[in-house]
Design a protein around this ligand. Structure first.
Ligand code: PEP
Ligand code: MG
Length: 364
């Protein structure tokens, strides 16, 4: 638990009295959620559920699910993952009690879960009781040259709706359990990743609604919930007015939006971007500090167009830029409702949001 001095608390209190934007956190573990709450986070703005499947036995079951060739095979693995996911969300709801929690459906580039080297392939084949050649064959079928631009986000939920359904069920069952425990309603916010077409969101939302109905009937408890869209691809920003017809909120994913606007790999870029900075071609690394003229312009379009459809559409930012003071100032100008950043940046974001409010009120 961070030891926060009285002076620190007083300073933060002043910032909180002034700032307009809310500050949430990106958290997918109980430890991060607790630390963020202690630092003053006002909810979870992004829970990246893919991070919940990397450890111990879970990656094994996850692999089995991805490698299954039939829906039945996937469902069998998903049935094992369901109680774990439900427990994950129950814990996050309990820690964030009284505050909003936004949970994003699975968004991994699939290769992150799959074995790479020959040795790993052998190990995984053995672990899954699969023939090594059969596994290689399946891996070939799943292979992508550009996984970050491939079968991830809502595209996965459309190919394999049972994954999104398992996660939606875990979320709603956890919300029922948390509401029973505390006597207060929990309103989950479900976020659909990598949307570029409104029809993608329509499809996934319909699946979520069907699961919500089923859980409400089974539990005898009515639930409120929101289904929102990540805006992290240029097409989504351009068609934000259509996407807002289906979405209850937007979350701006500036990591992927920077990658796709520049056509620059977020995983490979740092090497030569440093050189660009040295040679004066760019001033700041656009993955750290928002590129106002390009990516920022798309965010502005997205906010304006989304709010043409729904004037009160809640909009937050959950990319890395949500914890960067210069970018936070830009977000204030866009009229965003909240920024979401990693737990240890929450105090900085609270201060930066207050400074941004002051700057924008004194300038206008
Ligand atoms: C983003 O793309 O900005 C985002 C928040 O999602 P992720 O970093 O998980 O792709
Ligand atoms: Mg993203």
């Amino acid at each position: 638990k961070p030891a926060l001095s009285e002076d620190f608390q007083r300073l933060m209190g002043w910032a909180d009295d002034v700032r307009r934007m809310r500050v949430r956190t990106n958290a997918d573990t109980p430890g991060d959620a607790r630390a963020a709450r202690d630092f003053g986070a006002e909810g979870i703005g992004l829970c990246r559920t893919e991070h919940m499947f990397f450890d111990g036995g879970r990656i094994h079951t996850m692999r089995r699910m991805i490698l299954a060739e039939t829906e039945e095979g996937r469902r069998e693995a998903l049935d094992q993952l369901l109680p774990m996911q439900r427990a994950d969300f129950e814990e996050l709801f309990a820690i964030m009690h009284g505050l909003p929690v936004t949970i994003r459906l699975l968004d991994p580039p699939l290769h992150e879960f799959l074995p790479k080297t020959a040795g790993e392939v052998e190990d995984v084949a053995q672990g899954l009781g699969m023939d090594t050649d059969a596994l290689r064959h399946r891996l070939d079928a799943l292979y992508e040259f550009n996984p970050m631009l491939g079968h991830r986000g809502c595209r996965l939920a459309i190919s394999y709706p049972e994954i999104a359904e398992m996660q939606a069920r875990a979320i709603f069952e956890a919300a029922v359990a948390a509401a029973r425990m505390t006597g207060e309603p929990v309103v989950p916010e479900i976020l659909v990743p990598l949307v570029s077409l409104r029809a993608e969101l329509d499809y996934v939302k319909a699946r979520i609604e069907a699961v919500a109905r089923a859980v409400m009937d089974e539990s005898g408890m009515e639930l409120d919930y929101l289904v929102g869209s990540m805006i992290e691809l240029p097409r989504a920003a351009l068609r934000a007015h259509e996407i807002a017809e289906t979405a209850a909120f937007f979350s701006l994913g500036t990591n992927d939006l920077t990658q796709t606007t520049f056509g620059l790999s977020r995983d490979d870029a740092p090497g030569f971007l440093g050189n660009y900075q040295k040679k004066g071609i760019i001033e700041r690394d656009p993955f750290i500090s928002l590129d106002f003229d390009g990516v920022g312009e798309l965010l502005k379009l997205a906010a304006e167009r989304g709010r043409t459809t729904k004037p009160d559409l809640p909009i937050g930012i959950c990319g890395e830029h949500g914890g960067d003071p210069v970018s936070i100032n830009f977000c204030e100008g866009l009229g965003l409702d909240y920024v979401s950043c990693s737990p240890f940046r929450v105090p900085t974001a609270r201060l930066a949001a207050a400074q941004a409010t002051i700057r924008h009120t004194t300038e206008s």
